[in-house]
Structures are given as C-alpha cells and as structure tokens.
Design a protein around this ligand. Structure first.
Ligand SMILES: Nc1nc2c(ncn2[C@@H]2O[C@H](COP(=O)(O)OP(=O)(O)O)[C@@H](O)[C@H]2O)c(=O)[nH]1
Ligand SMILES: [Mg+2]
Length: 252
C-alpha cells in the first residue's frame, strides 16, 4: 500500500528531468506517489510531465500553476494537494534529483519505520560519504544555516537541502495553510512554524525533528538560483526572524 506522496516542484526543468530515475521512486512495492508541480514553466516541462502521467496514471499527478510563483509556493501548493489525499507521510524533493532516488528511498524507509515527525536530509561532508558541493556553496550554506539556527532557536545543520519529509497532521496543516514570506528561504519558515505551533495547534516535539546525514548528494548543474537570489534569501532570513518572533508571542 502506498502511504507517501512526494511533491516535486518544477520550473523550466525540461532539460534536467530524468523520467526513468523519477519513476523509479514510484516503482517499488511501497513506492511513493509523485505529485509534480509545474510552476509556470515555459519550456515544455508541462508536456513532459503530462506524458509521465499518461505512462503512470495511478502514481503520477501534475498540478499546474499558470504563472511562475517560486519554489516556496510551488511546494506549499503541492503539500496541500498531497495532504488532501490523506497520505500519512508527505515530502518534497528537487526535480534535479540532487538527492538521488536511492537516498530518497532510504529516507522514506526511516520515516516509515521510525518515530520522526519531520525528517530533514542534511548534507554533512564526512569521510566515506559522497557530498559533491562547491566550496563556495558549502561555506555560504554554513553561514546561512547559522543564521537560520539563531532565528529558529534550534541547532539545525542544513535547512536548505531540497529533500524533506513530514508526518501529515494538524501541525503540518497549520504550517502550510498560508503562503510563505520568502520564495527561497521558506524551508526555515516551514520549520519555524512547525516548532512554534499556533494558538490552536501544538508544536512538533523537538525530539521528533530529525536530520539524517546523506550518504550521496551532488550539486546538479543548471541551477537557476543565482547570487541575486541568494542575497535576497539572506535578507529574507531577517524578515522570517521577525515573523517567527510574532508567532511565538501569539502562541504565548
Ligand atoms: N529556480 C527555480 N526553481 C524552482 C522554481 N519553482 C520551483 N522550482 C524548483 O525548485 C527546485 C530547486 O531548484 P534549483 O534550480 O535546482 O536550485 P538549487 O539546487 O537550490 O540551486 C527544482 O526542482 C526547481 O524546478 C522557481 O521559480 N525558480
Ligand atoms: Mg538543484
């Protein structure tokens, strides 16, 4: 029985979509359903995704956003769709499969068999692991994660890895009920909303939020996230910090 839907946000991914690798995620006995969100693509991504749906109508869904909204809204809309289907586990992964299928399947097994409510893939470069990331991106990532940890009041190593998994429930429903402030730093917002909770929603227990170090991750060429987006994301962290402080006050 499938119990999982993976949201895969796609913006102009026609040249990077590896259909066979993506469908392999749905192929196991306990394979995931795939919910692709076409985020206003203009390069034929929509046609490619519809062809995938025709090949596997049971396992593949496509949600089309007419205009490009950015990854945050694409993921949020996808999660809302996935949760409406009632699957107990939902998640999101990047369309470029920087986190490869073998690792996504491993993370799903951890989610299905363990107690985590939230499972974050984490790019920790240790001997014996294959984490291929440029030094510039690695060090920028460290600065970013330090700022994120500060505003979240939580020592999280990697907020920006594109593979995250959640148990479907009231805390997640409340966390994705309204749009995120930031197009790119939304992972921090989502985590913040989950650990703070709301006036009527209990926060997720901190010991149920787990980071799993990846064995394999590689930076896939063709990223559309340039230095300007990164600068914007850094400014967004300050806005998110203010928003989370207000949420803490409201929760009391
Ligand atoms: N660049 C970009 N990616 C988007 C957008 N909406 C959804 N995505 C998806 O977000 C994921 C990560 O994008 P990518 O360009 O690989 O960024 P990076 O790996 O974080 O540098 C991919 O699955 C994209 O297709 C958008 O508006 N812009
Ligand atoms: Mg990428």
């Amino acid at each position: 029985m499938t119990t999982t839907t993976l949201v895969i946000p796609c913006y102009n991914e026609a040249s990077r979509l590896d259909e066979a690798a993506l469908l392999s995620l749905a192929d196991d006995d306990d394979g995931a359903h795939l919910l692709f969100v076409d985020d206003g693509s203009t390069d034929g991504t929509g046609d490619r995704l519809r062809a995938l749906k025709t090949r596997r109508p049971e396992q593949v869904k496509v949600l089309t956003l007419e205009q490009n909204q950015g990854k945050a809204e694409a993921v949020r809309r996808g999660l809302l769709g996935a949760m409406a289907g009632g699957d107990p586990i939902v998640g999101y992964v990047d369309a470029d499969l920087a986190t490869p299928p073998v690792e996504i399947r491993r993370l799903l097994r951890i989610m299905r068999t363990g107690p985590a409510t939230v499972l974050l893939a984490s790019r920790v470069s240790l001997l014996g692991r294959s984490i291929e990331r440029s030094p510039a991106r690695h060090y920028l990532g460290r600065v970013f994660a330090s700022a994120a940890s500060f505003i979240l009041k939580l020592n999280v190593y990697d907020t920006q890895c594109g593979a995250k998994f959640f148990r479907n429930g009231p805390a997640l429903a409340a966390a994705v009920a309204t749009p995120f402030l930031s197009r790119w730093a939304f992972d921090i917002e989502l985590l913040g909303r989950l650990v703070i909770g709301g006036p009527d929603v209990a926060p997720v227990d901190l010991d149920r939020i787990v980071e799993e170090p990846l064995l394999i991750w590689r930076d896939v060429g063709g990223s559309k996230l340039g230095p300007a987006h990164m600068a914007k994301a850094a400014l967004d962290v300050a806005r998110i910090g203010r928003d989370l402080a207000q949420r803490r006050t409201r929760r009391g």
